[in-house]
Design a binder for this molecule. Structure first.
Ligand SMILES: NC(=O)c1ccc[n+]([C@@H]2O[C@H](COP(=O)([O-])OP(=O)(O)OC[C@H]3O[C@@H](n4cnc5c(N)ncnc54)[C@H](OP(=O)(O)O)[C@@H]3O)[C@@H](O)[C@H]2O)c1
Length: 255
């Protein structure tokens, strides 16, 4: 089996941080042309610099996922420059903590805007472009929360549940266009976003790792290096018949 992304054009929403960033670097190392989106220009510049000697390329397109026209500009850029799209990875997401009882309207709107509305309109553009160019692979980064969620993450759990439905919907209805879609259940990972959330709750990285190690049957947190190869497999031609799956990389963690 070969995992090759050589010359493939791949868009990663949220490619400026965490797993998205590591994925972009690995895809470029494998010869892919990667377009990362996000808002953090300084982070994007350092990622592009780190990929300079790679056989592939990384470009940054500043995108605010609160804004559907910004999403459309991202995909229009890719269509103009490459005239094709082989892969789209929806990694961007926010995970603020709030229970059903505590959740404000603005927190709910924020979570739904980024975690499902933006993903929906990114997929709309990705599918339209892939339909024109012979198909492609979409990976929607989800979470164990999508089935019911922890008590302090209600809006997040509901948005990830909707994302799961979107993944199956695309997998079922666009297979005839050779477009695949899989839902990646990502494990508990010490990303920039997760570390910032825990810091705001008064927890250090060491304390986070100790707490997670007790909750995860494999005894440690998931790392970007555990997840990136799985996403690359979902993007490459070796997984050509894999669609509509719940692809789980979480060390056996269940909520
Ligand atoms: N960490 C975990 O334990 C865990 C577990 C399961 C699933 N996940 C999933 O992993 C993904 C990343 O979450 P994370 O908390 O780990 O964060 P992260 O690594 O810090 O990444 C978040 C990404 O989302 C982008 N983003 C956020 N808001 C945006 C906006 N308005 N416009 C454009 N881009 C935006 C950020 O880009 P900029 O900063 O450049 O704007 C960043 O690249 C989410 O889909 C989350 O559900 C995480």
């Amino acid at each position: 089996m070969e995992i090759s992304l050589n010359k493939k054009v791949i868009v990663i929403s949220g490619g400026t941080k965490g797993v998205g960033k590591q994925l972009a670097l690995q895809c470029a190392a494998d010869g892919a042309h990667v377009v990362i989106s996000g808002r953090d220009e300084a982070s994007a510049t350092s990622i592009i610099e780190a990929a300079k000697k790679s056989p592939g390329t990384i470009e940054f397109k500043k995108t605010d996922l609160h804004n559907v026209s910004s999403i459309r500009e991202l995909f229009a850029y890719v269509a103009d420059k490459y005239s094709k799209l082989d892969g789209f990875v929806n990694y961007a997401g926010i995970t603020p903590a709030a229970s059903l009882i505590e959740c404000s309207e603005s927190l709910f709107d924020d979570v739904f805007d980024i975690d499902i509305k933006a993903a929906f309109f990114c997929c709309q553009e990705a599918v339209k472009l892939m339909q024109k160019t012979g198909g492609g692979s979409i990976v929607l980064v989800g979470s164990t929360h999508h089935t019911r969620g922890k008590k302090d993450r209600t809006a997040y759990a509901c948005a990830k549940g909707a994302l799961y439905t979107l993944s199956n919907h695309i997998g079922r209805h666009y297979a005839e266009d050779k477009i695949r879609c899989n839902y990646l259940v990502m494990g508990w990972t010490p990303t920039d976003g997760e570390l910032a959330l825990r810091k705001s709750q008064g927890m250090t990285e060491k304390e986070l790792r100790e707490k997670a190690a007790k909750a995860i049957p494999m005894g440690r947190m998931t790392e970007a290096s555990d997840i990136v190869p799985g996403i690359m497999y979902l993007l490459c031609d070796s997984s050509a018949m894999l669609t509509g799956s719940e692809f789980t990389i979480n060390g056996g963690e269940l909520i």
